[in-house]
Design a protein around this ligand. Structure first.
Ligand code: MG
Length: 255
């Protein structure tokens, strides 16, 4: 299928984006010390289904995975980078934790995807800075996602912002086209070179998602087959938006 979406598809994705962002807000309202990760997953599931939509990650089997993902929400705590499973061995969140919440939904057959990392109660300055920097890295990447630019312009904007701050930039995972499927072409690395890669054209729909580590960039896959963790045990943060490429600055669908 084409990387370019039709006007009608973009209208559906726009509504999906609004609904997804509201679902994530509903989950974030429940984040506090003492809450269990399976409870957050339940909130996400109920919210999406009540609106008449489908969770995009539940039962989705990504390329290379040996089983489908068992939850609506990915919940990744502290040194977990992404794709933490909230409902198999639920964790109880503690004051001072940071928690990555990644969620996707299917509205009228089309997929949108987003993530935020939030504080559980009061967190230390180092963690707050890590989260702020990761969100800023996402915004820097988005601002380079203009029609006529290339994927490498997004990647370089993220890298050029995050590398001088001495954060580890995760290279094994990155952004992607989205809409007809959870993962589509083009792949969008979080490091790269300006002017290289696939050209961005109006009405492409992309999920951009930097992951920054407090320590080294290296990550490892846990034995559950999904949860990525930092090798050094230091914390990691993740922010993601689904956007539409236009002639100028992109439109963020998951505000
Ligand atoms: Mg994604």
């Amino acid at each position: 299928m084409s990387m370019i979406k039709t006007k009608d598809e973009i209208e559906i994705l726009r509504e999906g984006g609004r609904r997804l962002s509201a679902a994530l807000d509903a989950v974030i309202k429940e984040v506090h010390p003492g809450v269990r990760t399976d409870v957050l997953d339940r909130v996400a599931y109920e919210y999406i289904v009540a609106a008449g939509d489908k969770p995009a990650f539940l039962k989705y089997k990504p390329y290379g995975a040996n089983r489908p993902f068992p939850a609506t929400l990915c919940v990744s705590v502290n040194d977990e980078v992404v794709h933490g499973i909230p409902n198999e061995h639920p964790k109880t969140l503690k004051e001072g934790d940071i928690v990555g919440l990644d969620i996707g939904l299917i509205h009228r057959g089309l997929v949108v995807d987003m993530a935020r990392t939030v504080a559980v109660g009061k967190v230390d300055t180092k963690s707050r800075k890590l989260m702020q920097a990761t969100e800023e890295a996402l915004m820097r990447g988005i601002s380079e996602a203009e029609g006529g630019n290339r994927v490498g312009d997004i990647s370089a904007a993220i890298e050029d912002y995050a590398a001088p701050l001495l954060y580890g930039i995760v290279e094994e995972l990155g952004g992607h086209g989205v809409g007809h499927f959870v993962h589509e072409e083009p792949y969008i690395p979080n490091v790269g070179t300006k002017g290289k890669g696939v050209r961005l054209l109006p009405n492409m729909v992309l999920a951009i998602e930097p992951m920054l580590n407090e320590g080294s960039r290296h990550i490892k896959l846990a034995s559950d087959g999904y949860t990525w963790k930092t090798v050094d045990g230091k914390r990691s943060a993740h922010f993601e938006h689904t956007i539409v490429i236009t002639e100028g600055k992109p439109e963020i669908l998951t505000k």
